[in-house]
Design a protein around this ligand. Structure first.
Ligand SMILES: [Zn+2]
Length: 255
């Protein structure tokens, strides 16, 4: 299974283009006044003065996010930060602003749900048989909430497309799931890539690698925390605990 790494993405903006957390510090968000460092995940806007990369996607993106999925932990919000004009985020299940997509057929092409339902087809096959995709809809929630989300009246008639098999870049052996569980932003990235390369038959040159920029910034933070912890443990002579690793991985956020 394919797995992207920082080194394999030619279009990824170098992480060191970001000012250090010490330089940046947390500032008050202009909209909600909460203190944030890089972007405000509640308002879904970058903080002033933070050089966030911007990308152009081959089609539009709607993220339908379960309200119980914390904004601070949601990687899907990264798409709104780097592709703000092409991305919309809705807070489900009570999203009053979420339109009814109906059958998904539209003048500019299809709206499709990225979800491996029984009737899902590959993005390549869908494009070859039905035509252009104008918009991907991606659900952002835990596996427990998937049923509620896919049964939303606005979504339930949409055609589903499934991704090829990939391995998450954020996998740690201690984690509960195997490495085929992608972060939502990884699923968005692969959907866009499959559409460009296999659907539109256009070569991909890293144009939207930066969809994963904030994801890798988060990973960098996790790794730095692990290293820091390892040092502390070495100093105190403690043995590394698996439980602690798990906790660390789920609790890290980009703020
Ligand atoms: Zn805010």
């Amino acid at each position: 299974m394919a797995r992207v790494t920082v080194g394999s993405l030619s279009g990824l903006t170098p992480m060191d283009s970001l000012p250090s957390p010490e330089e940046l510090g947390k500032k008050s968000c202009a909209k909600c006044k909460r203190n944030r460092m890089y972007f405000c995940y509640d308002c879904r806007v970058p903080m002033e003065g933070v050089p966030t990369p911007k990308v152009t996607l081959p089609c539009l993106l709607d993220v339908v996010k379960h309200i119980k999925e914390k904004n601070s932990k949601s990687t899907a919000i990264h798409a709104k930060i780097v592709a703000p004009l092409q991305t919309r985020v809705f807070d489900a299940p009570d999203a009053e602003d979420l339109e009814d997509y109906g059958s998904g057929e539209g003048e500019d092409g299809w709206t499709v749900l990225v979800f491996p339902s029984e009737n899902a087809t590959s993005i390549e096959e869908f494009t070859a048989t039905k035509g252009k995709i104008a918009r991907f809809v991606v659900i952002d929630c835990t596996w427990f909430q998937v049923g509620v989300m896919t049964r939303l009246p606005q979504l339930k008639k949409l055609p589903c497309v499934s991704l090829r098999s990939y391995s998450t870049a954020f996998w740690r052996p201690q984690h509960n799931h195997d490495d085929s569980h992608l972060a939502t932003i990884e699923a968005i990235y692969y959907a866009m890539r499959e559409y460009q390369e296999l659907g539109l038959k256009q070569s991909y040159r890293g144009e939207f690698d930066d969809l994963l920029f904030w994801f890798f910034v988060t990973m960098g933070k996790v790794d730095a925390m692990k290293e820091e912890r390892r040092k502390r443990q070495l100093e105190s002579g403690e043995k590394e605990k698996t439980e602690g690793e798990k906790k660390e991985r789920t609790e890290v956020t980009v703020e």
